[in-house]
Design a protein around this ligand. Structure first.
Ligand SMILES: [Zn+2]
Ligand SMILES: [Zn+2]
Length: 192
């Protein structure tokens, strides 16, 4: 059989995801025996997942902050703003405390992710896994407020990473199908 992308080349392997025949150059291109179509669709799916997670994290934290600070605490969002910009130290502490409370679920989520990676990397087993997870949960509860922005940065990093991969796959697909990227660009300029 011939390569799906190069009709003149003999295929040496198949895409492990969809089974398209691939030549040596195509199977080695992404380093994972995956065809460019599968790389692109996986990257697009993962990008969507990370964008949704980022939105969920920000919405959940904002909602919890609103619930604790405004609904239970009987204050308004403007109170929080004026406490942060004003000079009253005690109210600022309240804002920071409520923010840390609102971050606990996200902190736990980030800590669990980190703990799982740690357990896998050091091949922990038995009681050590339990100890690791207890430490992680304690860390998540304590450092929720600090973990929240770091977790958001990690989500944004992954979104950008998969966006770059999807774009690279699209460029390769255009190249393979014979489209001239340069002429496309000049066409776009002409439309403007
Ligand atoms: Zn495939
Ligand atoms: Zn090929």
């Amino acid at each position: 059989m011939n390569c799906y992308y190069h009709k003149d080349k003999e295929s040496t392997t198949e895409c492990i995801s969809c089974g398209k025949p691939l030549c040596r150059a195509c199977s080695a291109y992404w380093g994972a025996n995956l065809c460019t179509h599968c790389i692109k669709s996986t990257a697009l799916k993962k990008r969507a997942v990370f964008i949704l997670r980022l939105i969920a994290v920000i919405l959940l934290t904002t909602l919890l902050f609103y619930l604790f600070y405004c609904k239970i605490g009987g204050r308004t969002p403007t109170d929080a703003l004026s406490a942060l910009t004003g000079s009253t130290g005690s109210e600022r502490k309240t804002v920071v405390f409520v923010y840390a409370l609102a971050c606990i679920p996200v902190g736990l989520r980030a800590a669990l992710l980190l703990g799982r990676r740690f357990a896998q990397a050091y091949e922990l087993s038995g009681n050590r896994v339990i100890l690791c997870f207890i430490a992680v949960i304690a860390g998540g509860l304590l450092l929720g407020g600090a973990a929240m922005p770091i977790y958001c940065i990690w989500l944004i990093y992954n979104t950008v990473k998969y966006n770059v991969t999807a774009k690279a796959a699209k460029t390769r697909l255009d190249k393979l199908s014979g489209k001239n990227v340069k002429s496309k660009r000049t066409k776009r300029r002409k439309i403007k």
